[in-house]
Design a protein around this ligand. Structure first.
Ligand code: NAD
Length: 300
């Protein structure tokens, strides 16, 4: 894809807004649509051409990126706009959705004579703004190659994971493991508190021992050892509990749908779902405060 490529961008929220802005900055003509007026105004300010309907954005574009809240909305939107697209348009869905929905979206696009990739991201709003997202991509080699220059504008790392749906698979496998490991780490920290182990000594030992994890060394859920972690900022996200709960729900659905005996994944989904009822806006590492509360511990 060259900079003459016209990009349709549907969904200009926390993630899609800055991603579209980076494409504009890189010289792409971006035809943008979102039903929310504030998102439209921001996109206009960022230099995108804001159009009145999703179909209008799609009909004039060579490649269409979607960044939407969930799989139902992605499938409904594909159903609505596929017939408006030029034959062979490349649809790239960057939303985090169910693997089965991602496969269905690719099938819908193919049946309408188009091409499709699933390309969920990690890196959050900060990564979207900085153009340093990680893209995990599923789909055909040629389609991946065609979209790569755009991924390289919006991201810092791009991995072609496999065929349709396998990008979403990488995303939910990683986040399931992260959710499980944050819960496990937090249980160990609260147990240590009960047994008289300070956070500093816990970190000193475990960060270089066999219990080491990214959750501890880069995202420590208690204040102190990792100054940049959300624990030092009253658990402002970061990665909100609502998003972790969503991703664990997708992982649970994939575990069940594929007959995997993923007991910890299912339990992690349950634990975060309960925490999410009161603390959806807190960073997911605040689960340590919930474990402490349920253990009858005062905050350390
Ligand atoms: P968001 O709610 O801020 O943005 C979604 C946007 O989609 C909204 O502006 C909404 O108006 C728009 N939208 C809804 N229906 C539409 C339609 N029919 N046509 C066009 N636009 C429509 O959500 P977000 O935080 O930007 O997340 C988007 C996706 O990225 C989600 O799937 C999320 O799980 C995933 N994600 C988010 C983060 C994060 O940190 N926020 C990180 C990684 C992945």
């Amino acid at each position: 894809m060259s900079n003459n490529t016209k990009v349709g961008f549907l969904g200009l929220g926390h993630m899609g807004g800055p991603m579209a802005a980076n494409l504009v900055k890189a010289g792409y003509e971006v035809l943008a649509f979102d039903p929310v007026p504030a998102a439209q105004a921001q996109a206009r300010e960022d230099g995108a051409t804001v159009v009145a309907t999703a179909a209008e954005a799609v009909s004039a574009s060579d490649i269409v990126i979607t960044m939407l809240p969930n799989g139902r909305i992605v499938l409904d939107l594909y159903t609505e706009v596929l017939s408006a697209a030029k034959p062979g348009t490349l649809f790239v869905d960057c939303s985090t959705i169910d693997v089965a929905d991602a496969k269905q979206a690719a099938e819908l696009a193919a049946a309408a004579g188009h091409r499709a990739l699933d390309a969920p991201v990690s890196g959050g709003v900060a990564g979207a703004a900085a153009g340093t997202l990680t893209f995990m991509v599923g789909g055909a080699d040629a389609d991946f190659a065609a979209a790569l220059p755009l991924f390289e504008v919006m991201g810092g790392k791009v991995v072609h994971c496999g065929g349709a749906g396998v990008g979403q698979a990488a995303k939910i496998c990683n986040n399931m493991l992260l959710g499980i490991s944050m819960i496990g780490l937090s249980e160990a920290i609260v147990l240590g508190e009960k047994l008289g182990l300070t956070h500093d000594k816990f970190f000193d030992v475990v960060s270089t021992a066999s219990g080491q994890s990214w959750a501890l060394t880069s995202y420590c859920p208690v204040p102190g050892p990792v100054p940049a972690s959300p624990a030092n900022n009253d658990y402002q996200p970061g990665f909100a509990t609502a998003l972790m709960t969503k991703d664990l729900g997708l992982a649970a659905s994939a575990l069940r749908g594929n007959g995997v005996d993923g007991q910890l994944g299912l339990l992690a989904a349950e634990i975060y779902s309960r925490f999410n009822q009161d603390e959806a806006g807190k960073d997911f590492s605040a689960i340590v405060t919930d474990i402490r509360k349920r253990s009858g511990e005062e905050p350390a």
